[in-house]
Design a protein around this ligand. Structure first.
Ligand SMILES: *Cc1c(COP(=O)(O)O)cnc(C)c1O
Length: 219
């Protein structure tokens, strides 16, 4: 199957309310251009340098999403153009994003990553840390970031019930904060679901799915 037909099949199965991020990490620009030519404009990368390289080579109407773990010292390289940063998991990182956004005279949209998986290795905040961050005086001061919602990754398992439990948990945390009326929040987005579990994620309330291998093939 071609990239274009994979993309069209997936898109035709998504509700209109769900945004598709085409996860193109490790894939060459020629593959991304096939998706671009089929109409895709949102691409997700997990390494900042790779995203910058692709940004420089590709059309400028693409929205670039950073879906990987972000090191503070690299934020400056993507600050001029990144459209959404999914993996924000500390106040310190958010402060650096705010600082670099200010330097570029823009507002950078972010998602806060929540730890929902059983595995220790996955990054993210727990519910208490999330509430602490959102109610901190430092957060209130930040004028150059905007929080659009939450992102999470389920445990890598075949157990559908386990995955469903974790997605439902993320959605319930989102529901608990979504009425927050803060100037730097516009809480609309729950980023959850990948190639193997996006249909389940949508059933559980996902509004943004991050799909790589089902579009571009294995890595
Ligand atoms: C790689 C990656 C994806 C896409 O995974 P696929 O299984 O290839 O769809 C989604 N989210 C994150 C954070 C990733 O790193």
């Amino acid at each position: 199957m071609s990239i274009a037909s994979n993309l069209n099949t997936i898109k035709s199965g998504l509700p209109e309310t769900v945004t598709l991020v085409a996860v193109s990490k490790t894939k060459p620009v020629s593959d991304l251009m096939q998706a671009y030519d089929a109409g895709q404009r949102i691409f997700g990368e997990n390494k900042i340098q790779e995203m910058v390289d692709k940004y420089e080579q590709m059309p400028k109407d693409i929205q670039w999403h950073m879906i990987g773990h972000v090191q503070s010292n690299k934020v400056k390289f993507m600050a001029p153009f990144v459209s959404l940063i999914h993996g924000v998991d500390s106040l310190k990182l958010l402060q650096e994003i705010n600082k670099q956004a200010l330097k570029n005279d823009r507002i950078i949209d972010c998602l806060l990553q929540i730890h929902i998986a059983e595995e220790e290795s996955k990054f993210g905040l727990d519910e208490n840390e999330l509430n602490e961050l959102l109610s901190s005086p430092e957060f209130k001061e930040m004028k150059n970031i905007r929080i659009l919602g939450l992102m999470g990754m389920a445990t890598f398992t075949e157990d559908q019930n386990q995955i469903k439990k974790e997605f439902t948990h993320l959605k319930s945390i989102f529901d608990s904060i979504k009425e927050l009326n803060k100037e730097n929040c516009n809480l609309t987005t729950v980023s959850m679901g990948m190639s193997g579990d996006y249909q389940l994620a949508i059933e559980c309330g996902s509004t943004m799915v991050r799909i790589g291998s089902s579009i571009f093939g294995g890595r």
